[in-house]
Design a protein around this ligand. Structure first.
Ligand code: 9J3
Length: 277
C-alpha cells in the first residue's frame, strides 16, 4: 500500500486539519462535561454601551495560540434577563466559542426585536468589542430561549450568512421558516404549556427546508424552562451542533448522526442526517 503512494505528496496531519477546528478530539465524556478544555474570562457589557443592545456578558476563551474562535449570541425569553441563558456562557466558551449573552431592550420585546438585538450584538462583538480580534466574523451563530428562540429563527432569515442557530423552546407567531438557510437545531420540551411543541417547535422544524441541515431534539417530560439551567443532554447537542456547523468540525458528527434513540431524557429526535455542509 505504501509503495503505491511513493512519489505522491502525502498530506501532513496538520495540512489535512480543518482550519476552524479548535481543541482536542471530542469524546462522549468531553461533550457531556460541565466545562470544556479552554480557560475563559468574562466581560460585562453595561447597558447603553452598544447601540441596539441592552446589557450583556461576553464569555471568551483566553487562548490566542490557535487563531480566532467562532461566536454565538444568545437571547432570553419574554420577561427574562440574561440570567435565564447564562449557563451557556461558560459551558460553550470553555469548548472554544466566544459567547455573548444579552438582556433585551425591554423584557416584553417580541421575537423579531430580539432577532435585531442578536444581530446587533454580533456586530458589536466582531467590530467594536474588546475581543473583536479573537472572533472570526464569518463564523457566527445565534441561540435563544422562547421568544429569544423565535428571535434566533428570525435572525437566521435576516442574516443567512449565519452558520448555526439553536432555538430553545422557541416561540413565534409565524411558522413559515421555509426560506431559512442556516443549519438549525430546535430543542423542544415535551410538556411545555407556554410554547407547546405542537404549535411552535414541531411546525417550525417541519417548515424548515427538507434540504437544510436541521434537527429537532425533544426533552422528555420537560417544561418550558428545561433549557434555562445546566443540562447534560442539551449541552451535548448544542456543543456538537455549534462545533459541527460554526467550526465545520466533523469530529462532532458522531454525536449527531446516527441520531439518538428516544430514552429517559429524549422523547423524540428528528434530523436530516447525514449532514452535508
Ligand atoms: O418568551 C417566552 O417565554 C414566550 C412565552 C409566551 O407565551 O409569551 C406570550 C406573550
Amino acid at each position: 500500500m505504501i509503495a503505491t503512494l511513493a512519489g505522491a505528496a502525502v498530506p501532513s496531519a496538520a495540512a489535512a486539519a480543518n482550519p476552524y477546528e479548535r481543541g482536542p478530539a471530542p469524546t462522549r465524556q468531553s461533550v457531556e462535561a460541565p466545562r470544556g478544555p479552554f480557560a475563559t474570562k468574562t466581560i460585562a457589557v453595561p447597558a447603553g454601551s452598544v447601540p441596539g443592545v441592552a446589557a450583556g456578558t461576553i464569555y471568551y476563551p483566553t487562548d490566542t495560540s490557535q487563531g480566532t474562535f467562532g461566536a454565538v449570541a444568545i437571547a432570553p425569553g419574554f420577561t427574562e434577563g440574561q440570567w435565564a441563558i447564562s449557563w451557556y456562557g461558560e459551558r460553550l466558551a470553555s469548548q472554544g466559542f466566544v459567547v455573548y449573552t444579552i438582556d433585551t431592550l425591554t423584557p416584553l420585546d417580541f421575537p423579531d426585536a430580539r432577532a435585531d438585538q442578536l444581530l446587533a450584538a454580533l456586530d458589536y462583538l466582531t467590530k467594536s468589542s474588546a475581543v473583536k480580534d479573537r472572533v472570526d466574523a464569518t463564523r457566527l451563530g445565534v441561540m435563544g430561549h422562547s421568544m429569544g428562540g423565535g428571535g434566533s429563527l428570525s435572525a437566521s432569515l435576516k442574516r443567512p450568512q449565519l452558520q448555526a442557530a439553536i432555538p430553545l423552546a422557541p416561540w413565534h407567531l409565524t411558522q413559515d421558516w421555509s426560506s431559512d438557510q442556516v443549519p438549525t437545531l430546535i430543542i423542544g420540551a415535551e410538556s411545555d404549556f407556554i410554547a407547546p411543541v405542537g404549535a411552535h417547535a414541531e411546525p417550525f422544524y417541519g417548515k424548515l427546508p427538507a434540504s437544510l441541515d436541521k434537527a429537532y431534539l425533544e426533552m422528555k417530560g420537560a417544561d418550558h424552562f428545561v433549557t434555562n439551567s445546566p443540562n447534560t443532554v442539551i449541552a451535548k447537542f448544542a456543543i456538537s451542533w455549534l462545533k459541527r456547523f460554526i467550526d465545520n468540525d466533523t469530529r462532532y458528527e458522531q454525536f449527531l448522526c446516527p441520531p439518538p434513540k428516544p430514552d429517559n431524557t429524549i422523547s423524540e429526535y428528528r434530523d436530516t442526517c447525514p449532514h452535508s455542509s
